[in-house]
Write a protein that binds this ligand. Structure first.
Ligand code: ATP
Length: 784
């Protein structure tokens, strides 16, 4: 039987207080984190393992040691001669040079439109600089054509494609990677209406996002992908050999994965002299990237500026600050619908609940408007967009607006209500109006208490410009900012803070370890993360036995890094076969990796709750998720069954897909897929590895003393989600190293666990005593 090698992979929380949810702010956890209450805060600097990573310095935040003076390597890169004239000829020719098929007339039509983009007018200049430099920082205004054109120029410059290497272009968001790949495939001739498409999306031009790889080895020459996907790929191929050029788009967003890639690629560029790197940014703040990518001391990376944008966008501000931005946003959308000319609207809000709520309200109010004045108010559809929506549902934003009701009647309008995932790279054809209240939800990780919280806060000026840029993509647009111009100038920060400074880094550090990066402190960050955050990540990975005491990646850690999951979840999957419940854990993990499966329409809440109650397993949310999936399978994926049980068919389909992918990874590592036949024992085993929650949506109707949970959300109150009841004996048995009471300071947790130990010892000694008594009695009897 497997036992916890060091500390538990589960997040466990103790509370003896019935109102313990309120105490969760004092609990440290994140994601599927290990938690304890603060009576057991592992000291950051006293921990020998962490101290080792920080040169044994105690009590002070580590400072990076001065880099050793090394002899500068002879540096040069392999020049690639690219001639603009030849690229232009290939584009204008009758035959598609990638597929050797004739170009369609639609291709030529789109090409004429592309030629008007600012980037296109500077193609020769770009290709010259591209030939002469290994690394380029490209700065261009939103809408100038960076995302769609530059990767194509590079792909043409790679011709002939006998070398078989690809061009990669990263995007911070899935929806952008998918939609830009589609647009570029169309531009390269995938949209022919008159013949079989010459270029195909998913074959010649592809995309790759977590759980979905739409590329074809040997055929794909240009792939759009999320930055996280490329980073994951680098863990298996740190030199990223299969790429000829890597383009990091939207670098100004400073996502965690893009930042790590920037550090990594700097090293790869020195090893792979044939590799080209382009870092694209919409802000003029390129100096940081230029400095970062200076490969020789004193020589900054080359910057290429693209002038101009496609269409003008008129900006409007409010006269006074708006007291309620949501109400103001809805009012503005309706005002546009009633008074403005044809064109769709994009409204930026902060999160799923707010977006769904706004969609409902806008729809109701728009229907009222139509009733009052059907002559001048046209039909309206509202489409939500947020990251937890399944990709197919996200694609609805590209649907055509509703048709005009009658000939000559007012035009229909589409309103997309989105989080900031629509802020960059997306072109939603037809969007003319943008409504920007100036807020977004931001995650902040506090490494001291190990809590990640979400706050609604003001966006940066850079974000506001990106948002405005979503209008004016295909025609002139208008942007309504729901704040004053004075606030824009004096209150908004210039740039959004890099994610690396405010995120939990456990996943990233595991990936870095897999990449072979030993010195986390002196890795070439663009901005170095807070030392406490790195320490927390190391600590967690060490607890999980993904890293050994010297910080080396263990075999277990290497396997964990292969799963596209948080380290805690991948650990659960790996160890589940020891608990004889790996089939079930696969299902539970897949269900936790997809959007919420429960539907709860506003007007049918009671029915939805009753349906949920029928599927709820009293032992906890995890077993309930398992039950839902099993029933879905027994009902042969029936859409009607999901509908009548208020379940999202799409989310369940997605879970099925994710499960199959995770299963393939398990099989690759020979992890047994097993299930105990004794259901009661099976359920106990699963819970020994899992969590129960007291979030209002939780199915538990009891108030358990000890629970394990999956997610901690700090909103107006702290909540835990996806929870299972656990027994304190399990903590001592399976997580003995973490729950080693000699390392606990005196407090509630220690007292409670001590009680359990005493109780067990008491029982044990009583048993020994009674054994002795029995033996004595037997002896006396036999003596007699
Ligand atoms: N799906 C599409 N349908 C129609 N036109 C499109 C589409 N995608 C892009 N375009 C056109 O190409 C232009 C350039 O888009 P692109 O995404 O390449 O710009 P960008 O400079 O990368 O902007 P951003 O920084 O905002 O992503 C758009 O303004 C639009 O005119």
């Amino acid at each position: 039987m497997w036992t916890w090698p060091k500390k538990p992979a589960y997040r466990i929380i103790l509370s003896l207080d019935p109102a313990f949810v309120d105490k969760l702010s004092a609990v440290c956890l994140i994601g599927t984190d290990i938690i304890s209450d603060l009576s057991h805060p592992p000291s950051l600097t006293d921990n020998p393992y962490l101290a080792h990573h920080y040169n044994g310095r105690k009590g002070a935040a580590p400072e990076p040691a001065p880099s050793p003076r090394i002899k500068e390597p002879l540096y040069g890169f392999l020049p690639r001669k690219v001639i603009g004239e030849q690229v232009r000829k290939a584009m204008d020719g009758d035959i598609n040079p990638f597929t050797k098929q004739p170009h369609s007339s639609q291709y030529k039509k789109i090409l004429e439109a592309r030629k008007k983009l600012p980037v296109f007018t500077q193609m020769d200049e770009f290709l010259k600089i591209f030939s002469e430099n290994q690394i380029i920082i490209l700065v261009g205004e939103t809408g100038s054509g960076k995302t769609t054109q530059i990767p194509q120029f590079v792909a043409y410059s790679d011709l002939p494609h006998t070398k078989g290497k690809l061009v990669a272009c990263t995007q911070p968001r899935r929806v952008a990677a998918m939609s830009v790949a589609k647009r570029v495939a169309d531009e390269m001739d995938a949209c022919s209406t008159e013949s079989t498409p010459t270029v195909q999306l998913g074959r010649h031009v592809g995309y790759s996002i977590r759980f979905e790889d739409m590329t074809e080895p040997g055929t794909t020459f240009l792939s759009y992908m999320t930055d996280g996907t490329l980073l994951r790929e680098a863990t298996n191929d740190p030199s990223l050999e299969r790429y000829s050029t890597i383009i990091l788009d939207e670098a100004h967003e400073r996502t965690l994965a893009t930042d790590i890639l920037m550090g990594l690629l700097k090293g790869v560029a020195k090893r792979r002299l044939d590799l080209k790197i382009i870092v694209m940014s919409a802000t003029l703040d390129a100096a940081k990237f230029q400095k970062h990518f200076s490969l020789r001391s004193g020589v900054l990376a080359t910057v290429f500026n693209v002038q101009g944008r496609t269409h003008p966008v008129e900006i409007f501000y409010t006269q006074e600050p708006e007291p309620d931005y949501l109400e103001a946003a809805i009012r503005t959308v309706l005002m546009i619908h009633r008074a403005e000319a044809e064109g769709d609207v994009l409204l930026f809000l902060t999160g799923e609940e707010e977006i769904e709520d706004a969609c409902r309200k806008i729809k109701v109010d728009a229907d009222d408007l139509i009733k009052q004045d059907s002559e001048s108010v046209g039909p309206l559809v509202c489409i939500p967009l947020y990251s937890s929506l399944p990709p197919q549902q996200q694609q609805r934003i590209f649907d055509a607006p509703p048709a005009t009701r009658s000939t000559g009647g007012p035009p229909g309008r589409k309103v997309v209500v989105s989080t900031n995932i629509a802020e960059t790279s997306l072109t939603i054809d037809g969007i003319v109006y943008v409504v920007d209240p100036g807020f977004s939800k931001q995650k902040i990780y506090n490494p001291i208490i190990r809590v990640e919280s979400q706050f609604v806060s003001a966006i940066s000026k850079a974000s506001a410009r990106q948002r405005a840029g979503r209008a004016g993509r295909t025609k002139p647009g208008k942007c309504y900012r729901l704040f004053t111009e004075k606030d824009f100038i004096s209150e908004l920060e210039e740039q959004t803070h890099p994610e690396i400074l405010k995120s939990n880094l456990s996943n990233t550090v595991l990936e870095m370890a897999k990449l072979g990066i030993k010195d986390l402190v002196r890795f070439g960050y663009v901005d170095a993360p807070p030392p406490e955050t790195l320490m927390r990540a190391l600590e967690l990975l060490n607890y999980l036995s993904a890293l050994d005491d010297d910080g080396n990646l263990t075999a277990l850690g290497a396997t964990m890094a292969e799963f596209p999951l948080d380290p805690q979840l991948s650990k659960l999957l790996i160890v589940s076969s020891e608990f004889k419940c790996s089939n079930e854990m696969l299902t539970i993990t897949a269900m936790m990796s997809v959007p919420n499966v429960w539907l709860r329409p506003n007007n049918q809440r009671q029915q939805a709750d009753a349906a949920k109650a029928l599927l709820t397993v009293p032992d906890g949310d995890h077993l309930t998720l398992l039950n839902v999936y099993n029933q879905y399978m027994q009902n042969i994926h029936d859409k009607n069954w999901t509908w009548t049980h208020y379940l999202s068919h799409r989310a369940l389909q997605q879970a099925d897909n994710v499960r199959a992918q995770l299963q393939r990874t398990m099989e690759r590592f020979d992890i047994d897929l097993v299930s105990l036949s004794d259901e009661k024992k099976l359920y106990t085993n699963i819970r020994q590895a899992l969590v129960v929650g007291l979030h209002p949506s939780c199915g538990l109707d009891t108030q358990p003393e000890w629970v394990l949970f999956n997610e901690f959300v700090l909103t107006t109150r702290p909540y835990i989600r996806t929870v299972s009841e656990v027994r304190p004996e399990w903590l001592l048995e399976y997580a003995g190293n973490y729950f080693d009471l000699s390392t606990f300071i005196d407090g509630e947790t220690k007292r409670a666990l001590q009680l359990v130990i005493n109780k067990r010892a008491g029982k044990f000694s009583k048993r020994i005593d009674s054994g002795k008594d029995n033996r004595k009695a037997r002896k006396q009897k036999s003596n007699r």
